[in-house]
Design a protein around this ligand. Structure first.
Ligand code: DGY
Length: 322
């Protein structure tokens, strides 16, 4: 195996300092230093020599890209989601894939909780009201609802979901969840297992935290919104494509869904002219669940550590196996 310093690591965009420093000290790093993506032509020339690719999730990693990178041994993405990566195609070529779970869970849980509160109390709408000079017209804003005594249904009870449970319990909510596998520690967590159908029927607030896969794409469509309680509040911090945007729009327009708070959308970015934004019962944030200094630094460090481990023939701290 070549010495680490002879291994070339390339990046699809700008690295955060903890990743830059680690990789620059240990490897032959070709890093894009401006904002946005590494320009296509330059990136292709880098891929031709790359032993490792550091992805910031802003590219599709498919057969077409892999064919340009014949020496590639590892791809480390600085995100927990990896729906932009054809993992099977990587594994077929013997390329390892890493992601950054766990380190981001508290920040994402905080944003999820914030959006749950926003969907109940219209914080963003309230600010918009004031900023547009309508403080005196409270009628236009309307009342929110309490969290206490309401049922939160979490779809996908992993690291992030379990952290949201703690926050929701602090607001005196009851928490139910649906997961592919029932968690053995659910009683200790304070959450009750429900089938997907039961959760849809019972929850006052529904939070989506499942990863985007073939199974979860379009998991929330018109049938699922119809099965929900009237006046349900719907929060998505996972991936936009898990939800049929048209069906959500209809459910919001008819007020079947009283409010939606979304950190992710389909399409993404959501154009400013999108009809979802014409509704008065939706808050959209621009996919910022992990966007804190500490969390992005921790994700960058973990992604760099994934690369260094794989290139040294050691177990990666966070490898995508499936
Ligand atoms: C993640 O880590 O998957 C976040 O959604 C950022 O893309």
């Amino acid at each position: 195996m070549a010495a680490l310093k002879e291994m070339t690591v390339v990046t699809s965009g700008k690295l955060r300092t903890p990743a830059y420093e680690l990789l620059d000290a240990e490897t032959n790093l070709l890093a894009w230093k401006e904002g946005g993506r590494t320009p296509a032509e330059l990136f292709d020339s880098w891929l031709a020599q790359a032993d490792a690719l550091y992805s910031i999730g802003n590219i599709k990693i498919n057969e077409e890209l892999l064919a340009k990178a014949p020496k590639l041994k590892v791809i480390a993405q600085a995100s927990v989601g990896y729906d932009n990566i054809d993992v099977a195609a990587c594994h077929a070529r013997g390329i390892k894939v890493g992601n950054t779970p766990h380190v981001l869970a508290p920040a994402v849980a905080d944003l999820a909780y914030g959006l749950i509160i926003d969907s109940a109390r219209k914080i963003a709408r309230g600010w918009q009201h004031v900023a547009t000079g309508k403080w005196g017209e409270r009628k236009g804003l309307g009342f929110g609802v309490d969290l206490a005594g309401k049922t939160l249904g979490i779809v996908g009870m992993g690291d992030i979901g379990s952290k949201v449970v703690k926050r929701a319990l602090a607001s005196d909510m009851r928490v139910i969840y649906h997961n592919r596998h029932r968690r053995v520690d659910d009683a200790a967590l304070g959450a009750e297992y429900a089938t997907f159908d039961e959760l849809l029927k019972t929850a006052d607030f529904i939070l989506v935290t499942v990863p985007l896969t073939q199974e979860t794409q379009g998991m929330f469509g018109s049938a699922q919104f119809a099965a929900m309680k009237d006046g349900v509040r719907f929060i998505n911090i996972a991936r936009g494509k898990i939800v049929d945007t048209e069906a959500l729009y209809e459910a919001l327009a008819s007020k079947k869904v009283a409010y939606a708070a979304l950190d992710v959308t389909d399409p993404e970015p959501l154009p400013g002219t999108h009809k979802l934004l014409t509704l008065d019962n939706v808050t959209v944030t621009p996919h910022i669940a992990t966007s804190t200094v500490e969390t992005r630094d921790a994700m960058a460090k973990l992604a760099a550590e994934n690369i260094l481990a794989a290139l040294s023939g050691k177990p990666m701290p966070a490898e995508v196996k499936g």
